[in-house]
Design a protein around this ligand. Structure first.
Ligand code: NAD
Length: 261
């Protein structure tokens, strides 16, 4: 407890002094919104599956309806979720400092809280795209529980997320690398640090001279890179790390959110 309080004070000082922040978030930041992380056991019907076996192109080709329904289940979960104080605190931070917000999350909760220019490294649950489409794809009304098919070529629609083994979207990757290389403080929130290349970004920031702060309820693979680790839930911790503007001033229009990449 004493150690955590000391960490919060230290982090407050570093964040107050920072000129350009780079924030990397993972599934843990949405845990307090009720969105399970991959390391949480899946519940109910889905408890028998390992997410790492479902979130691959091979799994989708093998069992398209199963994978499609899993994403449908996740869309429903996320649709019922609301941003928590950690998401809101990052909106406040961006009103005070240049911040590049990079997320591995696919839930859109940062945007729902009001963050702008969020770099989504792993796509978004609510975007779909075609798998091997003909370029002129359009849908016929889908069979319930199955991915929609293209009326012209029969290609399947797939979730617009980055599956294990796939490349990150090029522009997002470039912008994230550039921001990591050019920040003076990197704040890492709620990520296990096991999924690459996202997990390499704090190290890149550090190589370029930035301090690294990790906020996580558990030890993570990025603790070794961090200058400071705060063992706390994101929703309780982030609002303590910088001044939280009173509600009235955030709607006054006098301070524009500024996010720089
Ligand atoms: P992860 O599941 O590997 O790790 C989550 C981390 O969050 C863990 O280290 C855990 O200790 C920490 N954590 C849990 N609750 C926390 C809290 N309240 N406050 C702070 N930390 C907390 O997630 P990851 O590192 O993001 O990587 C896994 C992949 O899973 C990513 O590609 C991501 O796209 C995907 N994913 C996304 C969502 C989402 O969009 N919400 C949910 C599940 C998985």
């Amino acid at each position: 407890m004493t150690r955590d309080t000391a960490g919060v004070d230290q982090a407050r000082g570093w964040i107050a002094a920072a000129r350009k922040l780079f924030v990397l978030t993972g599934a843990g930041i949405s845990a307090e919104s009720g969105v399970p992380t991959f390391r949480d056991a899946l519940t109910g019907l889905w408890s028998q599956f390992d997410p790492e076996d479902l979130a691959t192109e091979a799994a989708f080709r093998r069992q398209p309806a199963l994978v499609w329904q899993w994403y449908q289940h996740r869309r429903e979960l996320v649709s019922a979720a609301r941003p928590n104080p950690a998401h809101h605190a990052l909106v406040t931070l961006a009103a005070q400092k240049p911040v590049t917000l990079v997320t591995q999350n696919i839930d859109g909760l940062h945007q729902l809280a009001g963050s702008q220019h969020v770099i989504e490294l792993h796509g978004n649950l609510f975007a779909n795209k075609w798998l091997d489409g003909c370029g002129r794809c359009h849908t016929v009304p889908p069979v319930p529980g199955e991915p929609p098919l293209c009326a012209l070529c029969g290609a399947m629609m797939r979730p617009g997320v980055v599956w294990f083994g796939e490349d990150l979207p090029r522009v997002a990757r470039y912008r994230a690398d550039h921001a990591a290389e050019n920040c003076d403080l990197c704040l890492v929130v709620g990520t296990s640090g096991l999924v690459y290349p996202a997990a390499a970004l704090p190290g890149l920031a550090k190589e370029h001279g930035a301090k690294v702060i990790v906020v996580n309820t558990e030890p993570s693979a990025l603790d070794a890179t961090a200058d400071l680790v705060i063992a706390a839930p994101a929703g309780a911790c982030l609002p303590l790390l910088w001044p939280q503007a009173p509600a009235a001033s955030s709607s006054s229009g006098s301070t524009k959110p500024s996010q720089a990449s």
